[in-house]
Design a protein around this ligand. Structure first.
Ligand SMILES: NC(=O)c1ccc[n+]([C@@H]2O[C@H](COP(=O)([O-])OP(=O)(O)OC[C@H]3O[C@@H](n4cnc5c(N)ncnc54)[C@H](OP(=O)(O)O)[C@@H]3O)[C@@H](O)[C@H]2O)c1
Length: 373
């Protein structure tokens, strides 16, 4: 709000707040994982992160930790404090009541209901620094931790990271017949990623071919994402490993023999699977992708790791519903040109977010031209 910029101590506190908040994303979803650090004379006197609903927001946790030391302190927050009564009272009121003198904000709140926090604080006589400009690296850093929340607010759908594993010559299955295309290091990276999202998405083709569990293994986490299968006609066998409580199957309106469809849906529901019906895809095949993602947003999911086969992967890319593309390439398998296997989808000027390796495999993260949410 003021033209002032955060000082170096406040920037360090912002980095700390962002790092604290980042692992909390899926635990507090669909709320944003926010971090708050309270500084007095350059020292940390309280800090906190958003607690799982219906718990308090980061600012309230930090204020409680600081106690009377919050009087005259600077609050450094990754997201503009909320100014509305939701499940909890407005954070702006808590900051004003505690006597905070200055608030540094990295990212504005795009949510129409919750926005206006910076203005409210300024009107109460608090010095407000930020939200930071778009190109400020600290704003970019916290936006990463907030990407699911920001996408859900702006686009009414979860943020989608599409992961594809390929051989060097572009095949999606291992020519040796082995179950996986990539090695252990790449698969561990996938499990860490699963632990950071609300749902893991595949098409029914992958369920039928691989019978995956789509859970998090070998990673220390309190969070398991919900498996999501796009399965227009409920072909998922009731014996599939993904059939368990919490799994979501997105199906098209029941077609064909209605009693058979009902029977299938009931058998899946008996095992705790949630069946959501959305419109069929535009060609009459599969499910309508925007509608499917909208249904998942209604279930409170703001972030997905999509790990489908080529059919659904191609459809997500064609529909421009991919916010990040992660290519894992087994450079030792196949003999095609590697740059081809690592290339972005044709036609679109995708940007490299980062590239490197995972064990024997090459990894590249690509962002679409319009950027993530
Ligand atoms: N290398 C990798 O990264 C990787 C990852 C996963 C799987 N795979 C391999 O891929 C193969 C399976 O390929 P796949 O293409 O059949 O798997 P998939 O893409 O996961 O599943 C495709 C199915 O999803 C359903 N679907 C629902 N709505 C859709 C929509 N809007 N667009 C597209 N599909 C929709 C369709 O079945 P309905 O019409 O019946 O709904 C479709 O046949 C297996 O060999 C597996 O091992 C490789």
């Amino acid at each position: 709000m003021s033209g002032a910029r955060p000082n170096p101590t406040e920037r360090a506190a912002l980095a700390r707040a962002g790092a604290m908040a980042a692992p909390h994303g899926p635990l507090v979803s669909p709320n944003p994982a926010v971090g708050c650090v309270l500084l007095a004379d350059g020292n940390v006197v309280g800090e906190g992160v958003t607690q799982p609903p219906p718990g308090p927001h980061a600012e309230v946790v930090a204020l409680a930790a600081a106690g009377s030391a919050a009087q005259g302190a600077t609050a450094v927050v990754t997201l503009e404090p909320c100014a509305h009564h939701g499940r909890t009272p407005p954070c702006t009121d808590a900051l004003i009541a505690a006597g905070v003198a200055r608030v540094v904000i990295a990212h504005p709140d795009p949510h129409a209901i919750a926005a206006g926090g910076a203005r409210r604080l300024a009107d109460a006589g608090i010095e407000v620094v930020g939200p930071l400009p778009d190109d400020d690296p600290f704003r970019g850093a916290v936006a990463g931790a907030l990407e699911g929340f920001l996408c859900a607010v702006r686009r009414a759908r979860p943020h989608v990271t599409l992961k594809l594993a390929r051989t060097a010559d572009g095949h999606v299955t291992n020519p040796t017949g082995a179950r996986w295309v990539t090695g252990g290091a790449a698969r561990r990276a996938v499990h860490r990623w699963r632990a950071a999202v609300d749902g893991v998405l595949v098409g029914v083709g992958t369920v039928l071919a691989d019978d995956p569990r789509l859970d998090v293994r070998d990673v220390a986490t309190d969070h398991q994402p919900r498996p999501v299968v796009l399965d227009a006609t409920l072909r998922t066998p009731p014996t599939a490993r993904v059939v368990r409580p919490g799994t979501v199957l997105v199906a098209a309106p029941a077609a064909g023999d209605p009693s058979r469809q009902r029977h299938r849906a009931e058998r899946l529901a008996e095992q705790g699977v949630e069946v959501r019906r959305v419109a069929a895809g535009p060609t009459g095949r599969g499910v309508d992708l925007p509608a499917a993602l909208g249904a998942l947003a209604e279930l409170g999911m703001v972030s997905l790791l999509a790990e489908p086969g080529p059919t659904l992967a191609g459809a997500l890319l064609d529909a421009e519903l991919v916010d990040r593309l992660v290519l894992h390439v087994a450079v030792g398998l196949g003999d095609g040109p590697l740059d081809g296997a690592l290339a972005p989808p044709p036609g679109a000027p995708w940007r490299t977010e980062r590239s490197g390796g995972a064990g024997a495999d090459a990894v590249v993260h690509l962002l679409p031209p319009t950027g993530a949410a």
